[in-house]
Write a protein that binds this ligand. Structure first.
Ligand SMILES: C=C(O[C@@H]1C=C(C(=O)O)C=C[C@H]1O)C(=O)O
Length: 98
């Protein structure tokens, strides 16, 4: 069991490194999108989850569980992107006011 848990911990560390890269793209999206209303894109969310479901099926993983995990991941990503977008907008306002 010790080996199993060490394996899980190593995979989690690698996943968090990948999440840092994924969230980095959310920072980029927040900089690129011209309007707050563009942060949430339901069509793109559906496409992302459909892509991941295909990858999950190819790996023999349960598609419905992976799709639920990604629904949660994308929702947290959108919330993060809103914070990033609002932070940039506030910084721009402060710069214009000074
Ligand atoms: C990064 C984007 O912004 C949001 C985040 C998404 C994601 O986490 O994959 C998908 C759709 C968007 O609502 C995007 O529009 O691609």
């Amino acid at each position: 069991m010790k080996d199993v848990r060490e394996g899980v911990d190593a995979v989690d560390e690698a996943l968090v490194r990948l999440l840092a890269r994924r969230f980095g793209y959310m920072d980029a999206a927040a900089r690129i999108k011209p309007e707050r209303g563009h942060v949430r894109d339901e069509a793109r969310k559906a496409q992302v989850i459909a892509n991941v479901s295909l990858h999950a099926a190819a790996q023999g993983l349960p598609e419905d569980r992976i799709a639920r995990l990604w629904d949660c991941l994308v929702e947290e990503s959108i919330a993060y992107e809103f914070e990033a977008f609002d932070g940039l907008a506030a910084a721009e306002r402060a710069q214009h006011a000074s």
